[in-house]
Design a protein around this ligand. Sequence first.
Ligand code: SF4
Length: 65
Amino acid sequence: MKVKVFVDKNKCIGCGLCQRLLPEIFALGETGLSEVKKQEVELSENLKEAEKNCPVSAIRLESLE
Ligand code: SF4
């Protein structure tokens, strides 16, 4: 299933969890907050885990199907 990935920068605290799990999708930008490098991706277990475990629920996945 393809999804679109969003990070709410008003919520992100730059913990780095999403980048550690999925460096091909997330990167901590110059501000120290998460940025989405690749927005339309295949849903994976790691992506579900990042969404579920982000400490401030800043990651949102939108189904494209
Ligand atoms: Fe930000 Fe959440 Fe990623 Fe941590 S897991 S860097 S709080 S988006």
